[in-house]
Design a protein around this ligand. Structure first.
Ligand code: ASP
Length: 324
C-alpha cells in the first residue's frame, strides 16, 4: 500500500468510527454545563429541558453548575471538553456580549462551539428588595440619582445578562450604582430577599414567582410589550427607562468538532423537550417565549449567535466597559 492509499484507509476508518459513534449515540450519561450558579435563571431553563431531553435520548443528563465571570468560566470548560456529544453547554446572550466585554477569553467565541439549537427568549425585570423606598419608576430614578454610589445592584458577573441590564439602567438614569457580582443571580436573589443588596435586573425565570409572592418589589419589565404573567407591570419604555430593553436568548452548544449527526440528534431531543406540554407550559408560566421547534436547530442558533456577536461589539465599545 502506498502512502496515499494508506492515508485514505486511515481516513475512511476514522470517518466510519465517527458515524458508527453518531448512530449509537448516546451510550452513556451526558454532562450539561450551566455556566451560572444553581437555582438561577439559566439553571432553571437547563434543568427543565435536560429532564425531557434525557427521556428522549435514553441516557441521563447531569447538570453541572460552573459559575463565574458572567458564564465565561463554564463556557471555557465546555470549549475545552472532548467534542463527542457527552459535554453540552447551555449559554445565553452573554455568549455574545462576553466576546466584546472580555479581551482575553480562553476561547474564540466565533469558532469554539458547534450549535444545537435555540431554546427560549426570557424577558428581564427591574426589581428591588421589598422595603426599598421608591414606589414606581419616576421615584426610583429620583431616588437613585440622589443616592448614587450607595445603592447596590446584584448581578451574575461581568457579561451576565443582569450586568448588561444594569449597564443599560445606569446609562438611562445617568447615575452610577455599586455592582455586586455573584456566580449567578440565584445566590443574588437570596441576598436581595434577605435585604443585603438593594436592586437587581434579572430574568423572569428567577423573579416572576418572587414578584407574585411579594418577596421583591418590581418596577418594570424590559420586553417590548407587557407580559401576560405580570400584566400590571409597565415596560421600561412606558415607564421612562428608555433604552433598558433586553430579552435574553438561550442556546444549546457543543464543543467545536462534535459530529454533525450528534448535534442533529441533540437538536431532535431539544425539539421533543420544547414540544412537551409540561415544559412549554412551565416556560410560559415563567414569562418566557419558548423558541419554535424549527429554531431548535443548529442553523437557527448559528444565525442568532453570529448576529448577536456583531450586535454587542459596538454597544460595549460605546459603553466603554471591559472586563480585562
Ligand atoms: N443567567 C444568569 C444566571 O443564571 C444570570 C445572568 O445572566 O444575569 O444566574
Amino acid at each position: 500500500m502506498n502512502t496515499i492509499t494508506r492515508l485514505a484507509v486511515v481516513f475512511a476508518a476514522v470517518v466510519t468510527a465517527a458515524s458508527v459513534q453518531a448512530q449509537t449515540y448516546p451510550e452513556r450519561e451526558i454532562t450539561m454545563i450551566v455556566p451560572f450558579a444553581a437555582g438561577g435563571p439559566t439553571d432553571t431553563v437547563g434543568r427543565l429541558i435536560a429532564e425531557k431531553m434525557a427521556e428522549d435520548l435514553g441516557q441521563p443528563i447531569v447538570v453541572e453548575n460552573v459559575g463565574g465571570a458572567g458564564g465565561t468560566v463554564g463556557a471555557a470548560q465546555a470549549a475545552a471538553a472532548a467534542p463527542d456529544g457527552y459535554t453540552i453547554l447551555l449559554y445565553n446572550i452573554s455568549m455574545a456580549s462576553s466576546a466584546a466585554l472580555y479581551k482575553d477569553l480562553p476561547y474564540d467565541t466565533a469558532t469554539a462551539f458547534d450549535y444545537v439549537g435555540l431554546i427560549t427568549d426570557v424577558p428581564m425585570t427591574v426589581i428591588a428588595r421589598k422595603d426599598f423606598e421608591p414606589t414606581d419608576v419616576p421615584s426610583l430614578i429620583a431616588y437613585v440619582k440622589e443616592n448614587a454610589d450607595t445603592i447596590t445592584m446584584g448581578n451574575a458577573g461581568i457579561g451576565g445578562a443582569s450586568h448588561l441590564c444594569g449597564i443599560l439602567f445606569q446609562q438611562a438614569i445617568d447615575a452610577p450604582i455599586v455592582p455586586v457580582p455573584y456566580k449567578g443571580t440565584g445566590p443574588a436573589m437570596t441576598e436581595l430577599l434577605g435585604g443585603q443588596i438593594d436592586m437587581m435586573c434579572d430574568q423572569t425565570t428567577n423573579t416572576a414567582e418572587q414578584i407574585k409572592g411579594g418577596g421583591v418589589k418590581v418596577y418594570a419589565v424590559t420586553s417590548p410589550g407587557r407580559l401576560e404573567i405580570l400584566p400590571d407591570v409597565p415596560t421600561t419604555a412606558e415607564a421612562g427607562l428608555e433604552g433598558v430593553s433586553i430579552v435574553v436568548w438561550h442556546g444549546l452548544y457543543t464543543p467545536a468538532g462534535t459530529p454533525a449527526e450528534v448535534n442533529e440528534r441533540l437538536s431532535a431531543a431539544l425539539q421533543v423537550a420544547l414540544a412537551d406540554p409540561d415544559v412549554a407550559g412551565r416556560l410560559n408560566e415563567l414569562g418566557t417565549a419558548p423558541s419554535p421547534v424549527d429554531d431548535a436547530t443548529p442553523a437557527a442558533l448559528k444565525a442568532r449567535h453570529e448576529a448577536e456577536l456583531a450586535r454587542w461589539k459596538p454597544i460595549i465599545e460605546a459603553a466603554g466597559v471591559y472586563a480585562n
